[in-house]
Design a protein around this ligand. Structure first.
Ligand SMILES: Cc1cc2nc3c(=O)[nH]c(=O)nc-3n(C[C@H](O)[C@H](O)[C@H](O)COP(=O)(O)OP(=O)(O)OC[C@H]3O[C@@H](n4cnc5c(N)ncnc54)[C@H](O)[C@@H]3O)c2cc1C
Length: 305
């Protein structure tokens, strides 16, 4: 039986692996892919000690760092279920049907982008509808695009796109921006941004590629011609892999400050939890806490048997 299985391929999981191994136990990391959400970010400028670095580069650094340790990697595989075999043993089922056993588990599965759920979105995904401004923004040089959402991710996407495309339309169903003041200022001061507030998207259209979108404001319909629509309306936690945890109404896994779930030996860390801000430094910190506590738990169980 393994000591610890960590499910996830980004900052929370990799931090948990490093701390658990340094604390003296073995760790297996199960990840469908490495990098996580930070792969979709142009620049990270708020991680302590690193003034500015591209998101994908930073994600690579995290993997490199984890590989300094003797971690068992199960990469390219999604975990589909975490369950109990008996009092002492967890079972983690992988998408290929393999079942791994361990004394403890850390769920660090983060989140995925929320869908807008309007007409045209699904059909035009990959044909002008995108959930990653950094990945697809450069395809729209010289064109007008829309960013839907003005929260943390929407503001970051808009700031990035101002330097890449001709014009950015930020469409927000409420008023104002949220996120980091420094980024909000950048978007507000950019000359090629048009703000559309209190606007509800009704449809994205085009054949075969996006040609525009329709939104409604104060009962009035507006047709906006854009070549791309970047949907940036937040994340949904990837928390549905275990009945052994409790979640809040948003689906985030309830943890205490020790990163313990309601099941002994089962921890969660990072953006999938209901605790703290959704930031790299927080997810890495939570990974540390989960990794160390899991290591203590495993060592205790081993000494009892
Ligand atoms: C556009 C954008 C910009 C951002 N900019 C910043 C920034 O500048 N600074 C900052 O600090 N934070 C930023 N963030 C937030 C930051 O990206 C997250 O807080 C951080 O990535 C959370 O890490 P995580 O490990 O918890 O989860 P994630 O990054 O979501 O990673 C989850 C990992 O688990 C894997 N996974 C999921 N489910 C399974 C499964 N069932 N089986 C196996 N593997 C699975 C995924 O493939 C992925 O590798 C940004 C986020 C976005 C979306």
């Amino acid at each position: 039986m393994r000591d610890l299985i960590i499910i996830g391929g980004a900052s929370a999981a990799q931090s948990a692996a490093i701390y658990a191994i340094r604390a003296g136990i073995e760790a297996t990391v199960v990840a469908d892919e490495y990098g996580g959400q930070i792969n979709n970010t142009d620049k990270v400028e708020n991680y302590l000690g690193i003034k500015s670095m591209g998101g994908p580069e930073m994600a690579e650094k995290f993997v490199e760092h984890m590989r300094e340790y003797d971690v068992e990697e199960k990469k390219g595989l999604r975990a589909t279920e975490v369950r109990k075999k008996d009092d002492e043993t967890f079972e983690v089922e992988l998408e290929d049907g393999e079942v791994l056993e361990s004394r403890a588990v850390v769920i660090a599965t983060g989140g995925h982008r929320r869908k807008l759920d309007v007409k045209g979105e699904e059909e035009l995904t990959g044909k002008g509808v995108s959930y990653c401004a950094v990945c697809d923004g450069p395809l729209y040089q010289g064109e007008e695009v829309a960013v839907v959402g003005a929260g943390y991710a929407g503001t970051e996407a808009a700031a990035y796109l101002t330097d890449v495309v001709e014009k950015v339309h930020v469409i927000n169903r409420s008023e104002g921006y949220s996120g980091e003041e420094i980024t909000i200022k950048q978007v507000r001061e950019a000359e090629n941004v048009e703000h559309h507030e209190n606007a509800q998207i009704k449809e994205i259209y085009g054949d075969p590629m996006v040609e525009g979108l329709k939104y409604e404001k104060d009962g009035e319909k507006t047709d906006l011609e854009v070549a791309g629509a970047f949907i940036e309306i937040g994340t949904v936690p990837n928390s549905g892999i275990s009945d052994l945890v409790e979640t809040d109404e948003g689906g985030y896994i309830n943890v205490n400050p020790e990163m313990e779930t309601r099941t002994e030996g089962l921890y969660a860390a990072g953006d999938v939890t209901d605790l703290g801000e959704q930031q790299l430094v927080v997810s890495a910190g939570q990974g540390c806490q989960a990794g160390l506590n899991a290591a203590e738990y495993v060592k205790e169980k081993k000494s009892e048997s």
